[in-house]
Each structure stands twice: as C-alpha cells, then as structure tokens.
Design a protein around this ligand. Structure first.
Ligand code: COA
Length: 260
C-alpha cells in the first residue's frame, strides 16, 4: 500500500509507520490522519506484524501538531467533526491488540503529543520536545489530550501543561512519566525495536488481553476492574498459548506460541 504522507514497512515482526511531511515538520493534515488509520488497520490484520512503531521522518519532528492551516478554517461543526475523526484514530491506537510504541524523534506538539499518548509506550530521543500548545492558538487539545494526558501524568501536571501551553524537553517528559525512556537520537530506533522484541516473544493473545485489562480497567472502580481482570485471566487460560507457555516452562524449553 502506498500513502501520500506516510511510509510503512515491516521487518522481523515489527510494523513501522513513519509520518512523512518533513517540510511541514510532519504536521497532521486530515489526509495524514486518514492514512494513519488505514496503516494501523492494515497492520492490525497482518499476522506477520506483532507490534507497531510510530515515528516521524527526519531528525527534527515526530509530529509538530495538527496542521494549523486546516485548523484555521474550522467552524463549530467542522471542528467537532475534525476532532472526532482524530479521536477515532487515537482510540484505534490505544485499544490496538498489538503493542504500539511511539519513537518520539523531536517535536511532538499538540496532536503530536496526543498521538504519542495514544500509543502504549513512548520512547523519546534526547531532542524530543512535547507539549499541548493549543491554547496559544485559541483552541484546546482535541485528539484526546485533555483526557489522556491527565490520566497518564496526573491532573495537576496536565492542567499546568495544557493551561500554559508550555513545551517541555525530553528530560522533563521523562520525569513526569510522559516518556518511558530517553535515549540519544541515534539509538532511538534500536531501543524501540529491542523493547518491541522483548514484548513480541510473549503470547500474542496474552498481550492483547493485558492491553484490554489495563485500558478498560483504568477508569473503573477497583472491584469492577478486578472482575474484568478475572474474566480476561479466565479467557487467557482457555487459549492454546497458555497451555503451551505453562507446558514449555515445566519442560524447561522455550514456548512456541501460535497466537491462538
Ligand atoms: N501545522 C502546519 N504547519 C506547520 C506546523 C503545524 N502544526 N508546524 C510546523 N509547520 C510548518 C511551518 O509552517 C513551516 O512551513 P513553511 O516552511 O511552509 O513556512 C515548516 O513547518 C517548518 O516550521 P518552522 O516553524 O519554520 O520551524 P522552526 O524550527 O522554526 O519551529 C516549531 C518549529 C515546531 C517550534 C514551530 O514550527 C511551531 O511552533 N509549530 C506549531 C506547533 C503547534 O502549535 N502545534 C500544535 C498545533 S494544534
């Protein structure tokens, strides 16, 4: 599949989605949002792809936000529709059945931070810069930033970041938990690959159920969330991979998971 504003590739079980509008610092116009949706859906069905890494082309930007030239034209209804489309993509990413890692290679502002927030894990290059500067444009975050940022880093810090619109560096993003890890730019891809590889040796259905349990349980009261965990644990006990994983341990060999 070829796209206008991104490239995709797959190698050794990993699918790469690279936003490719370097002259606009990989800003997301609506076409790019649609293409990202198409690329994520294609990798979801592709059994060869066990995890996805999202990054931006060039060394300067992951995604420098939604395309401000498009934002400038929105009225009430169009604005609402616009963010609903972006939110559909972020929900697809957040609830993706395979691990999704953001390789944050430079500016991740506005929609860029929001796309990173929708990934399961965020690894930053030392030159990563993150923030939600929408209020500086007279707007608010619309691809999930007001919700996912506070859930990840806490309400007080999210309030501070969103109300000031300030841009923070990689070290601060790491300190508040917005980034999981920070590495030199030249090690970003290798670090993301190594992390993805550590995950994809595990049972695919277990990865999927764990993502569901963490995501869906997060906003529930503890008793309900634990019941959800119990249901999903029960479901994982029924899989062929759980039989294989436990048997392999007892037989002192590596498991051979089939994703069933
Ligand atoms: N939407 C549309 N175009 C964008 C963009 C965005 N979010 N971010 C960058 N660009 C474009 C610039 O307009 C410029 O295009 P041009 O060469 O045709 O004029 C090009 O990308 C390079 O950006 P430039 O501003 O010249 O680079 P810089 O290194 O001086 O500054 C930033 C980098 C990221 C600090 C600056 O581009 C910026 O503030 N971008 C907007 C960030 C933002 O507010 N995002 C949230 C939107 S909701």
């Amino acid at each position: 599949m070829t796209y206008e504003n991104l490239t995709t590739s797959k190698e050794n079980g990993l699918g790469w989605i690279v936003i490719n509008r370097p002259d606009k610092l990989n800003a997301l116009n609506i076409k790019t949002v649609e293409e990202m949706q198409g690329a994520f859906l294609a990798f979801k069905e592709d059994m060869e792809v066990k995890a996805v890494i999202l990054t931006g082309s060039g060394e300067k930007a992951f995604i420098a936000g939604a395309d401000i030239s498009e934002l400038a034209k929105l009225d009430h209804d169009a604005g609402r529709q616009y963010v609903l489309k972006g939110q559909e993509l972020t929900k697809l990413m957040e609830n993706y059945p395979k691990p999704v890692i953001a390789a944050v290679n430079g500016y991740a502002l506005g929609g860029g931070t929001e796309m990173a927030l929708a990934c399961h894990i965020r690894i930053g290059a030392e030159n990563a810069k993150m923030g939600q500067p929408e209020v500086k444009l007279g707007l608010i975050p619309g691809f999930g930033g007001t919700q996912r940022l506070s859930r990840l880093v806490g309400k007080g810090i999210a309030m501070e970041m969103i109300l000031t619109g300030k841009v923070i560096d990689a070290a601060e993003a790491l300190q508040i938990g917005l980034l999981n890890k920070v590495v030199p730019p030249e090690k970003l891809h290798l670090t993301c690959e190594a992390l993805a590889n550590e995950m994809i040796v595990n049972a695919p259905v277990a990865l999927e159920y764990a993502i569901v349990a963490i995501n869906k349980g997060f906003d529930k009261p503890m008793d309900e969330a634990l019941l959800l965990e119990a249901d999903l644990f029960g479901a994982s006990c029924k899989t062929e991979d759980s039989k294989e994983g436990t048997k392999a341990f007892l037989e002192k060999r590596k498991p051979n998971f089939q994703g069933k």
